[in-house]
Write a protein that binds this ligand. Structure first.
Ligand code: MG
Length: 385
């Protein structure tokens, strides 16, 4: 049985690696639809190679270029955010790979869930912003959500065959990023270029900055809470600079099951696409004699306050994680553009969390309004820096 895939964000890091997995298994997967924000040239190359039914570009200014470049092929060419929502609901689509960056991934993921699709979820912001709503919808529409994030894939793989009631805690590993051993003083003057040099993982710019500030790990704590139904006080972040142990689960008898492997996103992507099967791959193998020293340390929340902000957001609940995410998207971009410093990011986020309106039980529209308000507040803070 060939599975048909729709990839949201096919030109990003996860999107291109998903296509690598499809190239490895042409007998199993077919690319039915792909979308990108504005990387039109790469999207054209992907469309010509994989010949999907539909290609969609979010940025309408790129539409003509895309349409013209594919005019000799029988491919539907669409544009705009609404087309992306439509693309995930095709009856022929089996799996939706949600790999868009940030808050923009929320709406199409909701549409895919409502259409009962299996979701291979790489967009963690979706669960950070609206984890409770997503969980309720997934149950209501019988849509499976399979993690693509390497840590969550590791936890997922460690949970296979186990009774969820026997889980004592989750051990969520973190590389610590490029500034693991920087002093607070040094952190104040790091540049975006330095932050973009991640020691272990090749990722998109936004997540690489989140990784350097450890907001990425804070988001992953929230993501794990919603994916696995484990309260955050039972999710322990463990800094593990080699990124070989991708995460672990501790059980009530004291056993710890972990998943190890090379830091290669194609592995968790392939696991999500093939679940519950495990497929052959040609990806590099882990040689434990090469990685003969694996180290583990506690995270420093003073130098990396974003991690505490994420725990605080989830403890306060309601729309606070949505505010956390919106403020972080604004601060992250401002840092990349040199409009604020590295240690300004947590300040901007904390101030936005304090100032934005609290909504204890948000519905979808409340999330949209809250996201907008938080972005405005955070922008004002950036301008004041
Ligand atoms: Mg991760």
């Amino acid at each position: 049985m060939i599975k048909r895939i729709a990839i949201l964000g096919s030109t990003g890091s996860i999107g291109t690696q998903t296509l690598d997995v499809v190239r490895e298994h042409p007998d199993r997967y077919e690319v039915y639809a792909i979308s990108a924000n504005r990387s039109v040239d790469l999207l054209i190359r992907q469309a010509r190679e994989f010949k999907p039914e539909v290609v969609c570009i979010a940025d309408e200014r790129c539409y003509e270029t895309l349409r013209e470049a594919l005019s000799d092929l029988p491919i539907k060419v669409w544009c705009g955010a609404e087309s992306i929502d439509q693309m995930v609901t095709f009856p022929s689509v089996d799996i939706v790979v949600a790999a868009m960056v940030g808050y923009a991934g929320l709406q199409p993921t909701i549409e895919a869930i409502k259409a009962g699709k299996t979701i291979a979820l790489a967009n963690k912001e979706t669960l950070v912003v609206a984890g409770e709503l997503i969980g309720e919808l997934a149950a209501q529409y019988h849509a499976a959500i399979l993690p693509v994030d390497s840590e969550h894939s590791a936890i997922f793989q460690s949970l296979v065959g186990e009774d969820p009631n026997t889980v004592e805690k989750l051990l969520l590993t973190a590389s610590g990023g490029p500034f693991l051993h920087h002093s607070l003083e040094q952190l104040r003057s790091v540049t975006a270029a330095e932050a973009l040099r991640h020691p272990n993982w090749e990722m998109g710019a936004k997540i690489t900055i989140d990784s350097a500030s450890m907001m990425n790990k804070g988001f992953e704590v929230i993501e794990a809470k919603w994916l696995f139904g484990v309260p955050v006080d039972k999710i322990q972040v463990v800094v593990h600079p080699q990124s070989i142990v991708h995460s672990a689960v501790q059980y009530i008898d004291g056993s710890v099951k972990a998943q190890l492997g090379m830091p290669d996103m194609r592995l968790p992507i392939q696991y999500a696409l093939a679940y519950p099967e495990r497929l052959q791959s040609t990806f590099p193998r882990l040689d434990l004699f090469t990685y003969n020293t694996l180290t583990f340390l506690a995270p420093d929340q003073e130098r990396f306050p974003c991690l505490s902000l994420a725990y605080e957001a989830v403890a306060r609940g309601g729309n606070i994680p949505c505010i956390l995410n919106a403020a972080n998207e604004v601060a992250n971009l401002a840092f990349r553009e040199g409009r604020c410093g590295f240690m300004d990011m947590p300040d901007i986020i904390a101030d936005t969390m304090a100032k934005a309106s609290f909504i204890p039980k948000p519905d979808y529209d409340a999330y949209v309004a809250s996201d907008k308000e938080a972005r405005q507040i955070a922008e004002e803070m950036v301008n004041g820096k």
